[in-house]
Design a protein around this ligand. Sequence first.
Ligand code: PLP
Length: 505
Amino acid sequence: MKHSPFPLNVFGGPDAVKDFLNPDCNPPLPLVEIPRRLNPFARDGIRIFAKLMNFLPLANVKSLPAYNMLLEKEGGAGGLGGIHSLIENSSGNTVFSLAVIGRLFGIPQTKAIVSHEVTWGKLQMLRFFGTEIMVNEEPICPDPGDKESGIYKAKQIGKERGWFNPGQYDNEANPRAHERWTGPQIWEQTEGKITVFCAGLGTTGTMVGTGGYLKGKSSKIIRVGVARQPNNPVPGVRTPNLLREIAFDWKQATDHLEDVGTKESFEKSLELCRGGIVAGPSAGFALQGLLQFLSKQKEQDKLDSMKNEDGEVVAVFICPDSPFPYIDEYFEYLDASHFPNIEHEELLINKSGEKKKSKHENKTTRTEFEVDPLDAYALAYPVSPKEAWVQLKDRGGVAPRKGISIIDVRPYNEFIHFHLPGSERMDSHDITDNLSKLSKKWKDRKVFLVCAMGIRTRVVAEFLREKGVEAYSIKGGAAEWSALNLPRWRPNICNVQDKDRGGSV
Ligand SMILES: Cc1ncc(COP(=O)(O)O)c(C=O)c1O
């Protein structure tokens, strides 16, 4: 591992920012042991360390391969001369990192090909960093081999004059970034005593690069890869099914595979954050995967065999990014018992200018007005989801059952990406401002309310209920409906059933 030429972390001169983003010019990223209270195996001689990739200047793990893909291209045949634009299939950390780093390499424009199901928040983040956006009709975790996928399209555009497609899914410079920086850092920081390495699997670059490096140093090291359970949105990682589509030889680089769900990931991340290790949902995801693995080893009496010469297991897990872009999601996936109450909540005026809440209505958490998307589907539509997809394709629509209204309160630009068949768009404040009129209109109907994540509609459902309307908020909102692959109408595009989906990288 190279040692930083800037030991006091001061970067000056014309290349100051480029140096600042260059991992060779920075100290190793922190490796922090988690508190004993968060480590159920502390008494078994197991030490668990968090590798904080969110301490990179761009605050995310993907900025390392983004940097290296440009660095290797610059140093390779053809270099970066004449390239004015980057194009990448990503709606997450990779592409905004490319946009920022690209400018420092003299490339003014970066374009992201994003899934049409990307959240509005993510799109805004990309635009915040000046990334151009092209929407493509595809699941969030596309199949790289599919010719309609953004990955394929980015490759084609990348061949045009002046364009370069770094291609995180099969560019060896992705895992090589971790082989060059993450692996050696961890090896030196643990003084070669690491025995278990654990990382979430997205493109698998982190695991292939870091895991490969560490295994080369000591064949005893066990590499634990963590995949997402189906229908469990955690940003950046794939399900075992979706991992099959990845070009890197991640199987060879993974000794054990664990799969982890949404709630545990967000819960573990919250515990880490409150304990002083501020790391996002996919850090909680990796930690949970590691704990599951250790627990199995303990059950099988294998912990002792994993110990190093000091009689310890030294386990390191990757923290890919910070919790801040996902704060709403913590409140979405974790129930109220995880969070402090708000005193005098009734005095708050919520964002859309809706009424103050009465003292007895402290109901911003899950309520009986909420309904799971699958239950909502069964109540609202007369045909099976499979049949509904066929009807959407053949007839261009599916009518809800009699007496059902489906109201979508998301902004128009999200509604036109996709919406529930037969749903109607309305602003939430138009509902709360016209409660008397609407309660008459909806008196004998069941009203299902949809928003992005199922948070805003809880409040709207409460207001309607007070007026005697049988209103329901769909849990998890449009995001969960889509994650469950329930039928969706997408204006102007063919309605084809997708495969599994998940967070983007
Ligand atoms: C936010 C985020 N991005 C990306 C990844 C995946 O990294 P890689 O693409 O190297 O597998 C993860 C893994 O946990 C992640 O949490």
